[in-house]
Design a protein around this ligand. Sequence first.
Ligand SMILES: O=C(O)CCC(=O)C(=O)O
Length: 254
Amino acid sequence: MSLTDKQKADYERDGFVIYGHLLSEETLEVLRERMDALADGSHPNAEKAGVRLEAAAQRGELENVPRRDKVWQLLDPHRYDEVVFEHASNPKILDIVEELLGTEDIKLFHTQTLMKPAFHGSIVSWHQDSAYWTSVDPPTLVSCWTALDDVTEENGCLRLLPGSYKKGIWPHERRDFLHAQGIDESTAVPVVLKAGGCSFHHSLTVHGSGENRTPHRRRGLATSYMRADSKWVGDPNQKRDFPLLRGKEYTGCV
Ligand SMILES: O=C(O)CCC(=O)C(=O)O
């Protein structure tokens, strides 16, 4: 068993569990290097990898900032770097995901790194992952969020709303991104972690993160998993091949 009864009860009640230490300093250092190389353009696959810049950089406001620190988000880095894929396949993570998904048949849905650069890192708006991931049914995916730097309230830690996953999909307003409506931010739990620590959240848990105005970077790598017997209910042309990480495939499923 990889989670204690208390941790399982926390997840059942809150829709997340703050797990703590997961990665060695050595693994962490390689992951950090790979993320930075994808962001600064020195990685062999940097041109292929999906990158979203900070909104201020898109407006031309971060002229004197190096390319690496203009990056807000790396999309699906596991597709471009084998160390990230190896991390997403880490048996310690999969053991926990297996317990939380309730099946050993696990596929990798998505990965992302929020770079949250020092001084000008911007927010991630309050949202539910499944409000974006409408093509996967049931909306019961699990994400492991791993801190690549020490994460504090000041440098924009993840913030999770306990119990919010029990109410289905909340209304969201679409502006730059989706913004969950009608939530009570005062109940948010800050996920303060040392580098190498992690938390797990349900894809219906409302969450977001604040700005980083500090001199300390706050990189976070999220790896998101679904049951291999999930159905793809979106545009068939948009369906990718999702890697099976454990267990078996199901015909007619993702
Ligand atoms: O890293 C962050 O600030 C937010 C990440 C996030 O939204 C997620 O992992 O689902």
